[in-house]
Write a protein of this length. Structure first.
Length: 115
């Protein structure tokens, strides 16, 4: 069983920064890609950013390019998302995703950006 636990969400003013973390635990073997998704009230869950196992290749949604940075530390089994220049439209629950043949999800962490 694989468990993902997000942390680091909170309330911040527009233009501010937050850093999210996702701790991975459980039985998992081999390499796996990871990513962040978010879901705003009344909207579908959407892709935010992803990172390959080596950490060299990353992907970002157009809406966060230049503002968010995804990274990972495989030795610590942890995924990160540094969010800068936050906007009110970034308000959502942020979910950590791990893809290893199947998708695993965390419980989510709330990010609220006030105007």
């Amino acid at each position: 069983q694989v468990h993902l636990v997000e942390s680091g969400g909170g309330l911040v003013q527009a233009g501010g920064s937050l850093s999210l973390s996702c701790a991975v635990s459980g039985r998992i073997f081999g390499s796996y890609d990871m990513g962040w998704y978010r879901q705003a009230p009344g909207k579908e869950r959407e892709f935010v950013a992803a990172i390959r196992w080596t950490g060299v290749t990353t992907y970002n949604a157009d809406s966060v390019k230049g503002r968010f940075t995804i990274s990972r530390d495989n030795a610590k089994n942890t995924l990160y998302l540094q969010m800068n220049s936050l906007k009110p439209e970034d308000t959502a629950i942020y979910y950590c995703n791990l893809r290893a043949g199947t998708d695993y999800w965390g419980q989510g962490t709330q990010v609220t950006v006030s105007s």
